[in-house]
Design a protein around this ligand. Structure first.
Ligand code: FES
Length: 182
C-alpha cells in the first residue's frame, strides 16, 4: 500500500446507498420534467407566446360551391392546450362570392342574441333564428328582432383551392363583436 495515497474503498453499504439515491433522482427527473412542462404550458400565453387556439381547418374546395349561394358546412376543430387536445365539430354558413378565386364569406351560425342556430331561408333571402324571431339579411346583417349585431364573420382563406376557416366563438347578447377564448 502506498503511504501517500491510501486506498479508501467505499464500504459496500454506502456504495449501494449512493446507487439507490442516484437511481431515485433519475426516476424523479424523468417524472418531474414532463409534469412541470404540463403545468407551466398555460404560462406561455402570459409570457407573450399565445396558446395554440383553433387553427385554420379545411372545409372543402371553394370551386365546388355554387357562386352566390349560402351552403352549410361542417368541419372538425382541434384545440390544443398544453398537452391536451380537444376535438369538436363546428358548422358554418359559406358563400362563394365569385369576385376572385379566393372570394368567400364564412359566417357563424350561432345567433348573436342568445345562441340559437340560424338557418338560411332561400325563399325569403334571409337568415332566420327560430328562437325569438331574429332576422338577418343575405349578408348576415341583423334587420329584425332582438339580435344586437350582425352574424359573426369568421376568418377564412384559400390554400391550394381549399377553403380554410378558423373557428372562433364570440360573446352573445352584446352589440360588440367580442372573441371568447376557449
Ligand atoms: Fe336568436 Fe333570440 S336566440 S333571436
Amino acid at each position: 500500500m502506498d503511504a501517500d495515497f491510501p486506498e479508501t474503498p467505499i464500504p459496500r453499504k454506502r456504495f449501494l446507498a449512493l446507487c439507490t439515491s442516484a437511481l431515485a433522482t433519475l426516476l424523479g427527473l424523468l417524472i418531474a420534467v414532463p409534469a412541470l412542462g404540463y403545468f407551466l404550458a398555460p404560462l406561455r400565453g402570459w409570457m407573450g407566446k399565445s396558446q395554440a387556439g383553433p387553427e385554420f381547418q379545411p372545409i372543402g374546395p371553394l370551386d365546388s360551391l355554387p357562386v352566390g349561394q349560402w351552403k352549410f358546412a361542417s368541419f372538425e376543430v382541434v384545440n390544443q392546450d398544453g398537452w391536451e387536445k380537444a376535438r369538436s365539430r363546428r358548422s358554418v354558413w359559406v358563400r362563394r362570392n365569385g369576385g376572385t378565386d379566393t372570394d368567400a364569406t364564412v359566417l357563424s351560425p350561432i345567433c348573436t342574441h342568445l345562441g340559437c342556430p340560424i338557418s338560411w331561408q332561400p325563399d325569403r333571402s334571409s337568415f332566420n333564428c327560430p328562437c325569438h324571431g331574429g332576422v338577418f339579411d343575405a349578408n348576415g346583417k341583423n334587420v329584425a328582432g332582438p339580435p344586437p349585431r350582425p352574424m359573426d364573420l369568421l376568418e377564412s382563406r384559400v390554400e391550394a383551392g381549399q377553403l380554410m376557416v378558423r373557428w372562433q366563438d364570440f360573446k352573445i347578447g352584446v352589440a360588440e363583436r367580442v372573441p371568447v377564448r376557449d
